[in-house]
Design a protein around this ligand. Structure first.
Ligand SMILES: Cc1ncc(COP(=O)(O)O)c(C=O)c1O
Length: 433
């Protein structure tokens, strides 16, 4: 029964006896994996060594004898330029499609800039409005599945999270528009608009325009536009993202968006350059606090980055070299998932065109069990539920797969183990029910 003849028959049509046979066969495979004492990490979207090596030449750009002045003649070794050096601001303005005056180039982490921005809203408020922290209740909309660290920031700062469904072309905008129009305590929304973490969704032009034009009950409502994967394309022909700052300006809501990105997965994670982009008003307001908070970013690192990445065309060429390393890894996972799970009615997944993740929906009620089984067999996955606010996946089905870090052979083994775990967990649930 088990084997090729059964392998593509939907579990939904199998009798309990047939499921038991499938389960026994998968258990035997799983036991063999257990015996190998593996230690494979698929839990976080980290660049692999080969990707990091692509940016190694950047380390030779500055030396003891280099000219360390910016194009405007400022010595990057000294205090100055709170909002970053002009050449790196110019490069990222070009990449994001905004004006240089709308960009702040900061430290190495965009997550840090996001945290600071939400914290500023809580403590000082935006645009002269009451600080969010003074209200009884503040809420953020959280398209889900989404990025666990966004949810962690909002939770830590005491903001209530409301999940909104994320679709292939962006959040459910009917729901977003309805909620922001009727509830003044909703002050923000988290968005990863191109190659979202984890589903790979790219927001359509229509969604961007609706975000720009929608009526909000809160005058100080802000969109946290985390464009972390803006240029992290895996295949040619991936959809472009409409530039939102100018759309908001056209719609009469120029101060609505805070945009973020970084070079964490362009050059070095944790040692790159992070960016904040917004209206000139918002940039001015952010700089008022920055001027007290810091003496400025690491300008030597910004200079190194500006000279290494050069311009948008050269940066996109660099990203193609990342894609050449990553695409075979994504393909290995999606090919294995297709071979092992397609047609069984127990899992659905995406084949993303960019970004860092594959999002897999397993049978409702089995995600936690799959992650636990994988852990026992030495495969670390992102905890089940992490892609939802408060770690609560209402259907206990979404699992984030991060294929970038492990070498290809390890990745293939990890995916095989994962497939076994999905089947075992599905059999357990169906046999018990
Ligand atoms: C959507 C998203 N935003 C931000 C980050 C972190 O960015 P940074 O390294 O610039 O802090 C990540 C990292 O995984 C991410 O997936």
């Amino acid at each position: 029964m088990v084997g090729n003849s059964m392998s593509s028959v939907s579990f939904l049509k199998c009798s309990k006896t047939q499921l038991q046979e499938i389960s026994d066969a998968e258990r035997a495979k799983y036991a063999a994996f257990l015996a190998k004492n593996l230690k494979l990490d698929m839990s976080r979207g980290k660049p692999c060594k080969e990707q990091l090596d692509l940016s190694r030449p950047m380390l030779d750009i500055l030396s003891a004898t280099s000219d360390l002045k910016t194009e405007s003649g400022i010595d990057t070794r000294n205090y100055a330029l709170l909002d970053g050096i002009p050449e790196i601001k110019k490069l990222y303005a070009e990449i994001l499609g905004v004006k240089e005056s709308q960009v702040i180039a900061g430290g190495s982490s965009s997550l840090n800039m996001m945290y600071d921005t939400v914290q500023r809203g809580m403590q000082f408020g935006f645009g002269g409005h009451t600080p969010w922290g003074k209200a009884d209740k503040i809420k953020f909309l959280c398209p889900a599945p989404g990025y666990d660290r966004h949810f962690a920031v909002t939770e830590l700062l005491g903001i209530e999270m409301i999940p909104v469904a994320l679709r292939a072309d962006g959040p459910d905008m009917d729901e977003v528009e309805r909620l922001v129009a009727e509830d003044e305590s909703i002050k923000g929304i988290w968005c990863v608009p191109r190659f979202s973490n984890p589903t790979g969704a790219v927001y359509s032009d229509a969604v961007v325009k609706r975000f720009a034009a929608m009526k909000t009950a809160a005058a100080d409502f802000r969109i946290f536009w985390d464009n972390a994967y803006s240029i992290h394309v895996l295949t040619d022909g991936a959809p472009e993202l409409l530039e939102i700052l100018s759309e908001c300006e056209k719609a009469g809501n120029p101060d609505r968006v805070f945009e973020f990105t970084s070079t964490s997965k362009v050059t070095f994670a944790g040692a790159g350059v992070a960016f904040f982009a917004s209206s000139e008003n918002n940039v001015k307001e952010a700089k008022k606090v920055l001027t007290i908070q810091t003496i400025g970013p690491d300008k030597l690192n910004q200079l190194r980055h500006a000279r290494f990445l050069k311009d948008k065309a050269a940066t996109l060429a660099h990203m193609k070299r990342h894609a050449a390393i990553l695409k075979p890894k994504f393909d290995a996972v999606t090919d294995a998932l297709t071979a092992g799970l397609k047609g069984l009615g127990i899992a659905e997944w995406n084949a993303p065109l960019g970004g860092y993740f594959i999002s897999i929906d397993v049978l409702d009620g089995t995600a936690k069990r799959v992650v636990a089984l994988a852990k026992e067999a030495g495969v670390a996955l992102t905890p089940a539920g992490a892609t939802f606010p408060y770690g609560r996946d209402p259907r206990d089905r979404n699992i984030r797969f991060a294929p970038t870090l492990p070498p290809l052979d390890e990745l293939k083994t990890a995916t095989e183990i994962f497939i076994s775990c999905v089947k075992i967990a599905a059999c357990e649930l169906k046999i018990e029910s």
